[in-house]
Design a binder for this molecule. Structure first.
Ligand code: RP5
Ligand code: MG
Ligand code: MG
Length: 278
């Protein structure tokens, strides 16, 4: 298993907080690091937000760790996480910062990522990479408004929501701008998406190396591939960025693409599965 790196970058996102520096070897909790003294950061943005947990000190807050807590899923895809001093511990190890940063939930924060793919075509033929001689896959990428990085059009699973619903909703919001579309357009798009998303394949379920992760709060996701083999379905959609996305495009799949968090690892699984150029 690879050690997380994106959530150890010096500066914590949307803050002036500097993470405590640790080496790769010092990441696992099982390795003793007596000098480890990370700063605590809890963003004020989370105060009184209905989608966010209360502060841990709040006496009325009694989270059920490692369980389905009402409508909030506090179970981890990675197995049972540890609780130390009444705080959930990041299953991947140290991040150089404690608290929950800007994440809404203590412990796992569940997301879902749709990976829509089609073949790169020219004059009705698949385009091959000149080095590997393998067909080039394209995936639907969005540019995040928050950090300007390219990413999958994923998002958080709402309390009580099914992952299959999150995948469709986030794709509609971020890549088809459903929140600003006319009622007619939004209905037509959601019907197309509902039909096309029937044939999804799970390619990843687990921890995400997200820059927002902390020692006590982290992202997890379920990523599904929805592949348009003949390019006649989503491959033809009129993409339009919306909500958290400022741009959207079909991006060529290649090992050198620099994506948000660990998204390129998920895309690699799709490239393997469809035997495309990587
Ligand atoms: C990543 O953050 C997940 O893989 C998903 O793409 C995303 C969800 O967060 P928001 O897009 O809602 O900020 O860790
Ligand atoms: Mg979103
Ligand atoms: Mg999003």
């Amino acid at each position: 298993r690879m050690v997380h790196t994106k959530c150890r970058a010096t500066k914590y996102p949307f803050s002036e907080v500097t993470r405590f520096k640790i080496s790769d070897e010092q990441v696992p909790w099982t390795v003793c690091v007596p000098e480890y003294d990370p700063p605590e950061y809890n963003s004020k943005v989370l105060m009184n937000k209905p989608w966010a947990d209360p502060p841990l000190e709040d006496v009325s807050f009694k989270p059920k760790w490692n369980e389905l807590d009402g409508k909030i899923n506090r179970k981890s895809h990675t197995g049972t996480y540890r609780i130390l001093n009444e705080r959930p511990l990041n299953p991947q190890g140290r991040t150089g910062i404690k608290g929950r940063g800007v994440l809404g939930k203590w412990g796992p924060n569940h997301a879902a990522d749709p990976i829509l793919t089609r073949w790169k075509m020219e004059q009705d033929k698949k385009v091959l990479n000149t080095t590997t001689n393998l067909p080039i896959l394209q995936f639907c990428a969005i540019q995040r408004k928050d950090c300007k990085q390219w990413a999958l059009p994923g998002g958080m699973v709402d309390p009580g929501e099914k992952v299959s619903e999150t995948l469709q909703r986030e794709f509609l919001e971020e890549a088809l701008n459903s929140l600003d579309a006319s009622k007619e357009q939004a209905e037509a798009d959601s019907k197309m998406v509902r039909d096309f998303f029937k044939q999804g394949v799970e390619v990843y379920k687990g921890y995400v190396d997200d820059p927002r992760n902390t020692d006590n709060a982290w992202m997890e996701t379920v990523a599904y591939n929805f592949h348009d083999e003949d390019g006649h379905h989503v491959g033809k959609f009129d993409l339009k960025a919306g909500d958290d996305a400022q741009s959207v495009q079909w991006m060529d799949v290649d090992k050198n693409i620099d994506l948000y968090a660990s998204h390129s690892n998920f895309i690699k699984s799709v490239a393997d599965r469809l035997k495309s150029h990587w």
